[in-house]
Ligand binder design. Structure first.
Ligand SMILES: [Zn+2]
Length: 381
């Protein structure tokens, strides 16, 4: 058996074990099991591994580092150990392979990526490259719920690193993520005055009507040629047909491609309550989970070109894409650290039951990414 075949066999075995550990974002014990499993892979490689609980919810997070170079690291390999699938899912739908694809909860998003990060470190170690390179791995456990607990921990860690590779899934055809939109969730609440709809309509202020007006304004944020999207997705209001409602609310999914668009959207929602349709109505805006956009800059573009060049040497045609989805790469890019994302194995359909990972992408990705890391450090890119 060649080294690559042996490596693939070990990977398959590890993959089955890690997928069959449930690690929903609301299951800290499961996430801690995933962390312990990965720790046992990383300690023999000589990395110093630390599993801590972050934030007020005590989310398990794993950090694994080679010795630093004067306190700094050449790379941060970033990933998340939580999945969107509920506890019990791995029992109902355990790891399986079929026709060259792996299935099971989190195969694509992103346990395949976690293993790829570990296997890249292993290869760099075997090649002796870790003697001249400092690498830190940071895997959190609350990415799927917005990284509220782990964000300071991620930012503290990233501040010591020169480049960030996020091992979220790679898109089919080896297309890597060079930019991501930022975004947040907004709840807009209209307050009115309830009254009998038939007997005393003049005494009421209809919160549903006020909200409908505001939804029209929000929806107008969507227009061609802009990276801004604002989708009103969940609505609640009213109770009985003959009562004018005093409260109505809508949840809005907001995205933007640039810092400037983020500022525009912020200003819009700040000003929203100042302009109401109905006298006596008030409007309240609550923002949750703001993430800045991951914009591609000259440094991350240079890194991406290096990846393209390393891919070409192996016969892999590397492509780049932009996506509306957010990841923890949004934080690190906003800190000004060159960030490449989608560094995991190739797959599709995250958050869905038909999620899959393409098994034969693992070994080529491992070879390419480790060569890329060596080149980036050598060239000082
Ligand atoms: Zn993910």
């Amino acid at each position: 058996m060649t080294e690559e075949q042996q490596c693939y066999e070990r990977f398959l075995n590890d993959f089955e074990r890690i997928i069959n550990l449930d690690s929903s974002s609301d299951n800290p014990e499961g996430i801690a099991e995933v962390a312990a499993f990965l720790r046992d892979k990383l300690v023999p490689l000589g990395l110093e591994v630390e599993i801590t609980r972050q934030g007020e919810d005590g989310v398990p997070c794993l950090k694994a580092c080679t010795p630093s170079r004067d306190g700094r690291y050449d790379f941060l390999f970033l990933g998340h150990m939580d999945t969107v699938f509920p506890t019990g899912e791995a029992g109902r739908r355990p790891f399986r392979t079929e026709g060259g694809l792996a299935h099971g909860p989190g195969v694509n998003d992103m346990k395949g990526g976690l293993l790829l990060a570990v296997y890249v470190v292993e290869r760099l170690k075997k090649e002796g490259a870790l003697d001249d390179m400092a690498v830190c791995l940071a895997f959190n456990g609350d990415e799927e719920t917005g990284s509220h607990n782990s964000r300071p921990w991620i930012e503290e860690t990233a501040a010591l690193c020169d480049r960030v590779l996020v091992f979220e899934p790679c898109r089919p055809g080896f297309r890597y993520v060079v930019s991501r939109k930022g975004g947040y969730r907004v709840r807009v609440v209209a307050h009115g005055v309830s009254s009998h709809a038939g007997a005393d309509p003049e005494k009421g202020v209809n919160a549903v009507v006020e909200l409908a007006h505001q939804i029209g304004r929000i929806n107008a944020l969507n227009h061609a040629g802009s990276g801004i999207t604002a989708q009103c997705t969940v609505i609640r209001g009213g109770d009985k047909t003959n009562i004018i409602p005093d409260r109505a609310e809508v949840e809005v999914d907001v995205r933007y491609a640039t810092m400037q668009e983020m500022a525009e959207v912020d200003a819009f929602f700040e000003a929203l309550p100042k302009e109401t349709l109905l006298p006596g109505a008030t409007v309240e805006v609550v923002v949750h989970g703001q993430r800045p956009p991951m914009e591609s800059g000259p440094e991350s573009e240079a890194l991406f070109q290096l990846l393209v060049a390393e891919g070409a040497k192996l016969g892999i045609e590397v492509g780049g894409i932009s996506t509306g989805g957010c990841s923890d790469g949004n934080w690190t890019a906003a800190m000004g650290i060159p960030t490449l994302d989608g560094m995991g194995p190739v797959g599709e359909n995250s958050h869905r039951l038909d999620e899959y990972m393409t098994l034969d992408s693992f070994i080529p990705a491992r070879t390419m990414i480790s060569a890329f890391c060596r080149q980036a450090v050598n060239k000082g890119n």
